[in-house]
Every structure is written in C-alpha cells, then in structure tokens.
Design a protein around this ligand. Structure first.
Ligand code: HEC
Length: 124
C-alpha cells in the first residue's frame, strides 16, 4: 500500500527532524548559559575531552561506556544522586570510572557536575 508507506516514512522523517531540532536547541541553550562566564563553556570542553569517550557527548553513554555498564547521566537515577556525591565519584572514581582528582582541579570537577546537571534539564 503505497499511501500508507509514504505516511510511515513521513512520520520517520519528522521524528528525525525533531531530534535534530532538539539537539540544536540543547546546544544553543547551553551556549546561552555559558555566556555568563567561561565556567560552563570550559566544563563543556572538558567533558568532551575527558568524559565523552565513555559518557558520550550528551551524557547518555558511548559504546565504550555501555560496555562498562555506564549509567545515563541524564537519567532519573543520576538525578537523585546529590551533587556532593557526584563530585566525589568524579574525584575518586567508582567501578569502571577512573578518578579525576589528579588531572582536574576541584573547581573543574564542580563545574563538570553542574554541566552534567545541565544535560539532564533537557531530557523529556
Ligand atoms: C573510562 C570510562 C569513563 C570516563 C573517562 C569517565 N567516566 Fe564517569 N563513569 C564511568 C562508569 C563505568 C560509571 C559507573 C560507575 C559505577 O556506578 O560503577 C561512571 C559514573 C559516573 C558518574 C556517576 C553516575 C551515578 O550516579 O552513578 C558521574 C557523575 C560521572 N561518571 C561523571 C564523569 C565525568 C564528569 C567524567 C569526566 C571528567 C567521567 N565521568 C569520565 C566511566 C567513565
């Protein structure tokens, strides 16, 4: 049934477009916040270089991360973890997660935790 098929692929195209638009909004929103200071822009860059290889650029987890059973940083489960605990996990490591207190300053780790929280705000 050609008509039906066309509609299905239209739905599919729409879904892809929505994802792309959401992505653009997400990035422009975090750039807007970064306007307040270098802080979150710096954290974003640090996240991309130090964390994205496991956590993925958006915190959902890369292929490597998934093989380590990584939690989605935007998930409800991580949302419930207090900031202080996340700071501690990033500093000291946990399970497959390496400690970063040797390579990042405390301020950088705090900024990263704020960055992780900002990823989450865009999850529907
Ligand atoms: C080598 C892969 C790897 C890298 C690099 C990495 N992580 Fe992780 N991360 C993990 C794994 C695996 C876990 C899950 C640990 C567990 O619960 O056993 C985790 C857990 C976390 C958690 C805790 C989530 C929760 O509530 O359990 C946070 C926050 C986090 N990572 C942030 C970061 C940040 C920020 C960076 C960059 C500075 C980073 N990670 C770099 C692998 C990684």
């Amino acid at each position: 049934m050609p008509v039906r098929k066309n509609r299905d692929s239209l739905v599919c195209t729409c879904a892809i477009l929505i994802v792309i638009v959401a992505e653009i909004l997400l990035f422009s929103a975090s750039d807007a916040r970064a306007g307040g200071g270098q802080d979150s822009a710096g954290a974003k860059a640090t996240f991309q270089t130090k964390c994205a290889m496991c956590h993925g650029p958006d915190g959902t987890g890369s292929e490597v991360g998934k093989s380590l059973n990584i939690p989605d940083l935007r998930s409800e489960a991580v949302r419930k973890v207090p900031d202080a605990e996340l700071v501690k996990i990033v500093s000291d490591g946990k399970g497959g997660m390496p400690p970063f207190k040797g390579s990042l300053t405390e301020a950088q780790i705090h900024a990263l935790v704020r960055y992780v929280r900002s990823l989450r705000q865009h999850k529907k």
